[in-house]
Every structure is written in C-alpha cells, then in structure tokens.
Design a protein around this ligand. Structure first.
Ligand SMILES: Cc1cc2nc3c(=O)[nH]c(=O)nc-3n(C[C@H](O)[C@H](O)[C@H](O)COP(=O)(O)OP(=O)(O)OC[C@H]3O[C@@H](n4cnc5c(N)ncnc54)[C@H](O)[C@@H]3O)c2cc1C
Length: 391
C-alpha cells in the first residue's frame, strides 16, 4: 500500500479530516487538482461562513481557530427571521440559548487557509497538488485511485471530499438526492452607516430572500437568493443601485449601505448521498451532504462528519484493527445521517415554502413564524438545530 488513507479533495472538509487524524501517525495522501499556492493563499470568494459552537470547538481542537485573527472573527449574538415585511420578526435571543452568542462568522478564505496551515507541518500528510483523480475502484483489502496521466495509488481506505458534484461518488455507484433549486445565491460584503448590533437578519421577501449577517465593525455579509432567471436584475445593477435598493428593502435601518466587494453568484444545488460509504470508500463534506446555504450548515456538517469518521478510525487504529472496515463506515453512516437528515429536509421544505408566492403558501409562512414565535419548545428546537448547541 502507498498509504493508509487517500483523501480526494483538499477543500476545508478534506483538510480538516486530515488534520484530525494527523496525530495518529497514519500515512495520509491528499489529492487535489488545485495548485498549492491556491490552497496556501485562497482568494476571497464572498462567502462568510456562519459557524456553530460545535464547529468552534472542533476548529479549536485542530488548531485552526487560533490561526484566525480576532479581527477576522465576528459574532452572531441574536437572529431575526422576517416574512415579507420587516415587522413582527421571529426573534432568536442568545440569552435563551445559554450561550453568549448564537454563532460566529468567518470568511471562507480564512477557514481554507487555516485548514491548509494546520496540515502542512505533518510529515505523515502527503499533500499532492495539481493532481486530478480520474478513476477509483476498491477490493477486499484496499482501494486504487488513478490519476490523470495514468499513475495509480493504493490505500486501505479512500475518503472523498471532492465537492457536492463528487465524480468519484458516481464512480463508486452511490446514488444521490440532488435538488437544483433553480435559484442563485449572490453574496457580497456591505458597509453600513448604523450598527447591526451583532444581529443576523433573514428576510423572506416575496421575490427573493435577503440575509444580513453581522461582520466586525459596521460591515455585514449580504446573501441574496433569487430565481436564476432573475439573477441578472441584481448582478447587472451598478454598486450604487444595488446599495440603494438594499437599503430601501431594509427600510433604512442600517442607514446608508455601501457595496464593499464585487458580487459573487453561486448556483444553488442541494445534495444528499443515499449512502455515505461503499466498500473501503467514504464520503465527507459536501460530497456527503451539500446544503442550501439559507440555514448556513454546509461546512458545519462537513466538520462534524469529518470528526465522526475520524473518531471511529482512531478507535480501530488504537486497537490495531483494520481502519477500512465496513463496521467503521456503517457507524459513521448511521451517525452522520441522523445528525444531518432532519436539517437537510427541513431546509429544503423551508426553501420551497418561502419561495412560493401563492396565497396558501403566504398563509402557511405566517402560521409557521407565529408557531415559532409563540411556542417556546418549537423555538428552542429550531435554535438547537441551527446552533448545534446541544451537541
Ligand atoms: C454562498 C454560500 C454560502 C455558504 N455559507 C455557509 C455558512 O454560512 N455556513 C456553513 O457551514 N457553510 C456554508 N456554505 C457551505 C460551505 O462553503 C461548503 O459546505 C464547504 O465549502 C464545502 O467544503 P468541501 O471541502 O466539502 O468541498 P469543496 O470546498 O467543494 O472542496 C472540494 C475540493 O475537491 C477538489 N476536487 C474535486 N474533484 C477532484 C478530483 N477529481 N481530483 C482532485 N481534486 C478534486 C476541488 O478542487 C476542491 O478543492 C456556503 C456555501 C455557499 C455557496
């Protein structure tokens, strides 16, 4: 065998998984098609990632958290969900969560850089960049990965962290629930004239959703979700037109708003693999669960899954048992499905309901917010799901 584990994809999930296992001494090979320079200094991509307390703890344990400057970590203290107009929000109050804040915000490029930096010092992690995986197959004792150009590598276990459109998942015959929402998510950073009070706003307008997520100082991340056919209405606006319309929609509560970056569009496709493993092969990160960003959970689930799988592998490794065994993979599959399926389905249902404009859907939206607002147990349940507070 060339190594114990081959990880396909050095995105944030693949790198976090490698780092969690690094201290075991297991020989890990990471295969990534991008250049090493891109991993070491990723460009800003408009994504500001909302992180739960569980993710904060896991990033702390891997040393990633301390590699991010305090100035680049923002807090979400409270959250408001609004339906159509800005009055009578569903309010998530951090004091009811037992924590000092509901969550954290960090730019995706800082997370990616930190994940790369914590892996780099480990001699047992062999990061091979500019390597494109072309084929994967497994047998009773291990797996073989074929790279573009024909080179073959063997390991006892293959872990795919190769994105929600994972090509190796298909090669291994794992079918996947894929939902193209027909919508585009447009993200950017905006400067404000008034304080956001570290409050996140999720506003479900009838033609689009707008999230305002608090960043350090008077800045926020804006996430607009709109039908793909209408995305040009936002993308073609001048910075001034964009800011003016946003300010108007927010009824001036942040004063003048100024666009601080370009607009970054992302097509929205949700994915949930029918099984997170095959023979000597496991899926992690978006390759297992690719979430719609409205509930901000893609990377949170990616970290959680990486931790669950790595913990099982460590147990077997400590006992001198086979780290590619079906038992490990089955346990990971059951546990990670239970942790992610309710929010995956809930998010998709929410997206469906809040993008329909029929009178019945509008009524159902109002009823749902009212239930959330006036039934404390329901509200607590939603809050626990979103913040992973109970984990
Ligand atoms: C607009 C937006 C907002 C978001 N907001 C949040 C949020 O607030 N909170 C949150 O938790 N999540 C959020 N997410 C989700 C989060 O960004 C993703 O879940 C996360 O980046 C996925 O990481 P990954 O490592 O699984 O996959 P990726 O980042 O897609 O990495 C996959 C890697 O695999 C490599 N690769 C693929 N195929 C091959 C191959 N054949 N050979 C070699 N290499 C290969 C790719 O080059 C890439 O580096 C958001 C996403 C979007 C789009």
């Amino acid at each position: 065998m060339d190594s114990d584990i081959i990880i396909i994809g050095a995105g944030p999930a693949g790198l976090s998984f490698a780092r969690i296992l690094a201290d075991t001494g297991l020989k890990i090979t990471m295969l990534e098609r991008q250049t090493e320079k891109t991993l070491a200094k990723p460009d800003y991509d408009g994504r500001e990632i909302a992180l739960t307390h569980l993710s904060q703890r896991l990033m702390d344990e891997t040393g990633m958290w301390s590699r991010i400057k305090d100035a680049d970590i923002s807090l979400i203290k409270d959250a408001k969900v609004l339906n159509g107009d800005l009055n009578d929000p569903l309010f998530f109050d951090h004091t009811k969560s037992g924590k000092e804040n509901l969550g954290f915000m960090i730019s995706n490029h800082h997370i990616r850089r930190a994940a790369y930096e914590v892996c780099k010092p480990y001699k047992n992690i062999n990061l091979m960049t500019e390597k494109e995986v072309w084929a994967v197959e497994t047998d009773d004792v291990g797996g073989t990965v074929t790279l573009k150009g024909g080179k073959k590598l063997r390991s006892r276990l293959i872990v795919a962290a190769d994105s929600r459109f994972s090509a190796t998942r298909r090669m291994m015959g794992i079918s996947t629930d894929m939902r193209d929402f027909g919508r585009t998510c447009i993200v950017c950073k905006v400067k404000l004239d008034k304080d956001h009070d570290e409050t996140a706003y999720e506003c479900f307008f009838y033609d689009r959703t707008v999230a305002i997520l608090p960043l350090k100082g008077r800045y926020c991340s804006v996430v607009i979700t709109i039908d793909s056919k209408d995305a040009h209405l936002v993308l073609d606006q001048s910075p001034k037109e964009f800011a003016q319309e946003l300010s108007k929609r927010m009824e001036g509560r942040f004063g003048k708003m100024t666009l601080d970056t370009q607009l970054y569009p992302y097509p929205l496709v949700g994915t949930f693999a029918d099984c997170f493993y095959a023979n000597r092969y496991a899926l992690i990160g978006d390759a297992a669960v690719g979430m719609h960003p409205v509930t901000a959970h893609g990377f949170n689930f990616g970290l959680r899954g990486a931790h669950t799988l790595a913990t099982e592998i460590k147990k077997f490794h400590d006992l001198g048992l086979d780290i590619g065994s079906r038992e490990i993979l089955q346990h990971y599959n059951t546990s990670h499905r239970q942790a992610t399926w309710p929010l995956y389905m809930g998010t998709n249902a929410l997206v469906g309901l809040y993008t329909k404009t029929t009178p019945l859907a509008k009524l159902a939206r109002k009823a749902l917010l009212s239930i959330g607002q006036h039934l404390p147990p329901a509200k607590r349940m939603i809050m626990n799901q979103l913040t992973e507070a109970a984990s």
